[in-house]
Design a protein around this ligand. Structure first.
Ligand code: C2E
Ligand code: MG
Ligand code: MG
Ligand code: MG
Length: 285
């Protein structure tokens, strides 16, 4: 009896694995054609300096405009892209699109600060990564100071010495650097001191209950204080409410990103948002 049950479990397990594997393979195949057919689009989410209301950045967030399934969010396909290595090609497309957008907004006289682009671990470690980015920026006619890269703690802590070297090269080129999802990964404070990053982004999970959960409040305020001691800026992600905003501003958070200002916007909507900001007298980039 037990044996039969075991076998059933086994069969169920393998058939589930088959389905999962088939789904992965299907995603992988359609990701390949998505690259070829240029099906990736970037949406942009404003990053605002709360005191002045100035625009300091736009984070580029990739979406897959699937011909049948509509808009697919990154959590659905970035992991597969990472596993298959397709992330290198997708990542290059993303960076190039972001650069073209930066050049366009600059030419339209819109002040966006910097465009921030998310990276995966494999991208950072591909050979001649800084040189590749430099070539793309030259081709698009953008200055490195118009671009920022977001890396995660886990990504950099996997190989901290190598990462420090690569980040150093990027920094020397004049590209801005931020640590994304700060506080969620394994990190070392001594490496944090060595990483030449300009900014820490407090993860949304600490912001969510910031006014009610004393632990989250403590983590957020300690992160802000520590970042400032290390002469880094702090950006809070996922700020949705006035109470969250007030807490963060009171504790000296430099930059706010979240639905309270805007959801990620399609390129034309993002352009209109920037034009409105200019109307309200935002700073010159
Ligand atoms: P992330 O970089 O931490 O991006 C923040 C995510 O939080 C975005 O989700 C954004 O839409 C969402 N968000 C922003 N403000 C709020 C808010 O106020 N409330 C709530 N509930 N959510 C908010 P999205 O666009 O689905 O991106 C998810 C993740 O996918 C990103 O997290 C990033 O890690 C990854 N990703 C996005 N674009 C790229 C890319 O081009 N390359 C790579 N490698 N990863 C990317
Ligand atoms: Mg990010
Ligand atoms: Mg994040
Ligand atoms: Mg994330």
């Amino acid at each position: 009896h037990a044996k039969a049950a075991g076998r059933n479990t086994y069969q169920m397990f393998t058939s589930e694995m088959h389905t999962a594997a088939r789904q992965r393979l299907a995603i992988e195949n359609s990701l390949r054609s998505a690259v070829a057919n240029d099906e990736f689009v970037l949406h942009y989410q404003p990053q605002v300096e709360p005191g002045s209301g100035n625009m300091v950045g736009m984070e580029a967030l990739v979406r897959w405009q699937h011909p049948e399934n509509g808009l697919v969010y990154p959590d659905r396909f970035i992991p597969v892209a990472e596993e298959t290595g397709l992330i290198l090609e997708i990542g290059r497309h993303v960076f190039e699109k972001a650069c073209r957008q930066a050049a366009r907004w600059r030419d339209e006289g819109l002040c966006f600060g910097k465009i921030a682009v998310n990276l995966s671990a494999r991208q950072l470690r591909q050979p001649d990564f800084p040189e590749m980015l430099s070539a793309i920026m030259k081709e698009c006619g953008v200055e490195p100071g118009m671009m920022e890269l977001e890396v995660t703690e886990s990504m950099t802590m996997e190989r901290p010495v190598e990462s420090t070297r690569i980040l150093g090269a990027l920094k020397a080129m004049g590209i801005g650097l931020a640590i994304d999802d700060f506080g969620t990964g394994y990190s070392s404070l001594s490496y944090l001191k060595l990483f030449p990053v300009d900014k820490l982004k407090i993860d949304r999970s600490f912001v969510k209950d910031i006014e009610v959960d004393p632990d989250d409040a403590a983590i957020a305020s300690a992160t802000i204080a520590m970042a400032h001691t290390l002469e880094k800026k702090v950006c809070a992600e996922g700020v949705e409410t006035r109470a969250q905003l007030d807490f963060l501003v009171q504790h000296g958070c430099d930059i706010i990103q979240g639905y309270i200002f805007s959801k990620p916007l399609a390129p034309d909507e993002a352009g209109r948002y920037l034009a409105q900001q200019r109307g309200r007298g935002a700073s010159e980039a």
